[in-house]
Design a protein around this ligand. Structure first.
Ligand code: MG
Length: 260
């Protein structure tokens, strides 16, 4: 099931189940927030083309990022594959939705895209055993771990470089029936593919990450895990359009804008 968050010109954000084929999707509106109540349809239906999609979730407390979780990306950064997951936090104020602008901060001259599989947590949890991680996953979406590479190098730690407003695009919706074992991921810049990866090449798999992360942080419903990016990261400039596509989920597209 694909669950989207959306707004219409006359209303507050709502949720809907995405039905139909690409190009003719319809949102079947549901009552309330599906993280907190069973799916119940209102009966209202909206063609996708007539709504604005929003970030499918606003993390209640945090996005947990994972650094260098594909060997080919670690190599392009001049690093060895890590022996343990490298964790960092992106603030929930960085989240934007499909087609929202990635705001290029004046402090940076080197803003990179990082297409990633994003895991949405469905229930409060800590110390999740490896064989029970499936119970705490609500679904999956596409994420872009936008990074000011120059500031990442200069600062030494990653909070600012990965935490600017608009540096966590999410969408287009959450797929609740998705097997993360071996799916293709492609990031394109202005229509040209730049990153190709398969989730089977994650150094630390989704269950391993949830087990490891939940030993450090209590995870809340709506928290998100960015699982890492494959090789091919690169710079974006204002005016560029960046898309992250994952097989079985969909495509998240954003344009880079100058910060006014
Ligand atoms: Mg990343």
């Amino acid at each position: 099931m694909r669950i989207a968050r959306f707004s219409t010109p006359e209303g507050e954000p709502r949720y809907g189940v995405v039905e139909g084929e690409a190009g003719s999707e319809v949102l079947a509106e549901i009552e309330g927030d599906p993280l907190y109540r069973p799916i119940q349809f209102t009966g209202d239906r909206h063609p996708l083309a007539e709504v604005r999609l929003l970030a499918p979730v606003i993390p209640r407390s945090k996005i947990v990022g994972v650094g260098r979780n594909y060997a080919d990306h670690a190599a392009e950064m001049g690093a060895q594959p890590p022996a343990e997951p490298i964790l960092f936090i992106k603030p929930n104020t960085a989240v934007i939705g499909p087609n929202d602008g990635i705001s290029y901060p004046p402090a940076s001259a080197e803003v990179h895209y990082e297409g990633e599989l994003a895991v949405v947590i469905g229930r409060i949890c800590r110390d999740v055993p490896l064989d029970r991680t499936g119970e705490v996953i609500f679904g999956y979406t596409c994420g872009n771990d936008v990074t000011a590479r120059d500031l990442q190098r200069r600062d030494g730690q990653w909070a600012r470089a990965k935490g600017f407003d608009t540096f966590a695009p999410l969408g287009p919706w959450i797929e609740t029936e998705f097997d993360p074992t071996d799916q293709g991921l492609t990031t394109s810049l202005n229509g040209t593919p730049r990153q190709h990866g398969r989730t089977k090449d994650l150094i630390f798999s989704v269950p391993h990450l949830i087990n490891y992360i939940s030993q450090a942080f209590t995870l809340l419903p709506g928290d998100v895990i960015f699982t890492g990016t494959p090789a091919g990261v690169g710079s974006m400039r204002p005016g560029d359009e960046v898309s992250v596509s994952i097989d079985g989920i969909g495509t998240l597209t954003n344009r880079v804008i100058s910060r006014g």
